[in-house]
Design a protein around this ligand. Structure first.
Ligand SMILES: Cc1ncc(COP(=O)(O)O)c(C=O)c1O
Length: 377
């Protein structure tokens, strides 16, 4: 049996005809940059995320960059985020010569711990980027309360969490802006790179629209220095088709997660303290949080040996992320050291993400659990 970390070919077989038709429309129109397909996607994503505006851009990274430029983040400004995220969250702060200021994460959700946020705010702090990691929202109420009180802006990094909910509110809709990534491995993935900024602020939406096109409006008149952050029509055509399936796919991931959780408990690995399954906080209490499981991330004993054993048995897995950002070589000049963010560092040593894509069969999931039981003996 083989269980790849992700198999997009199964999904493609189901939607192939629709996708090819949508791509053909773009090819026939020969309009490849922005245009009606991008505008359609923008209105659908705004509706889906329950925001007033959505602006399509070239990647999740460029969405973050455009959002920070739109907030006028300047050299010397501080922007707070967590060190346990994909690189771009902090990389984009650095690219504007602003300073990423890290705060540690909650050990259960892997998301920014609001209890340590307030004390990280200084006179130079301009914004906070809570990351909704792996498909689950950060604890936004305290983040929003602190941001309001300390007069800092909030950009939600929802790259991994389109459709996730926090107390009934959609990821991306709670801060000043939210960003999504359409990298192929995301729950809503394109056939290449793509991203989106969502917001309820009309002025910010207009500014992002200009920034994605070199700050230009009208043609050849440049009000700001932006970049080429445009989303192309072929990606939008693919994403318009896929968006209709997104909730079904995310539900499939949730079902798989529940299945794994049950099997890991039955296997005894949880009780023996060898495996800790991911927890969707508040779901049971009726708070209506909604985890979309872009990743199904365990905490495990002997992580690296386990991963090698799974690989030998044709089971894909991945470590998101092995090095927290405060210990990355490129951020050494920020002056952080090992021990500064113990929860993030512990997560980096113990996390392992398993295959969770919606088309996984029960037999495949059983095989994964069986092999883990075999490993731990
Ligand atoms: C948390 C997070 N932020 C930002 C990004 C950047 O998105 P992209 O790869 O589309 O540039 C990603 C992508 O993996 C991500 O996971």
């Amino acid at each position: 049996m083989q269980v790849p970390l992700l198999d997009l070919k199964i999904q493609y077989k189901v939607i192939k005809t629709e996708i090819q038709k949508a791509l053909d429309e773009v090819l026939e129109s020969q309009m490849f940059i922005l245009g009606p397909k991008v505008a359609d996607l923008e209105s659908s994503i705004a509706e889906y995320s329950r925001t007033k505006y959505a602006v399509g851009v070239s990647s999740g990274t460029d969405a973050l960059l455009a959002a920070l430029i739109a907030l006028d983040i300047k050299p010397g400004d501080e922007v707070i985020t967590t060190p346990f995220t994909f690189f771009s969250t902090a990389g984009t702060i650095s690219r504007l010569c602003a300073r990423p200021v890290f705060v540690d994460i909650d050990p259960v959700t892997f998301n920014l711990d609001p209890a340590v946020l307030d004390s990280a705010v200084t006179r130079k702090t301009r914004a906070v980027i809570p990351v909704h990691l792996f498909g689950q929202c950060a604890d936004m109420d305290p983040v929003l309360e602190i941001a309001r009180r300390r007069k800092i802006r909030v950009v939600e990094d929802a790259a991994q969490s389109i459709g996730a909910e926090y107390k009934g509110r959609r990821a991306g809709s709670m801060g000043d802006m939210g960003i999504f990534s359409f990298f192929p491995s995301k729950n809503l993935g394109g056939f290449g790179d793509g991203g989106m900024v969502v917001t309820n602020d009309g002025a910010l939406a207009e500014k992002i629209k200009m920034l994605r096109n070199h700050g230009m409006h009208p043609k050849y008149y440049h009000k700001f220095v932006g970049g080429n952050f445009r989303l192309d029509a072929l990606q939008a055509a693919v994403l318009n088709v896929k968006l209709k399936y997104l909730d079904g796919w995310s539900q499939g991931r949730r079902t798989n997660a529940a299945y794994y959780n049950r099997k890991f408990v039955q296997s005894g690995l949880v009780d023996r303290g060898l495996v800790r399954t991911p927890k969707a906080v508040h779901e049971k209490s009726g708070d209506k949080n909604h985890h979309i499981y872009n990743q199904y991330t365990l905490r495990v004993k002997d992580r690296d040996k386990l991963q090698a054993f799974l690989r030998e048995n044709q089971i894909g897995s991945e470590i998101y992320y092995p090095v927290p950002l405060h210990l990355q070589e490129c951020f050494m000049d920020l002056g952080y050291k090992e021990g500064d963010f113990p929860v993030s560092e512990e997560a980096a040593r113990t996390v392992l993400s398993l295959p969770i894509y919606p088309e996984l069969t029960d037999a495949q999931k059983d095989y994964v659990v069986e092999k883990m039981v075999e490993f731990y003996g």
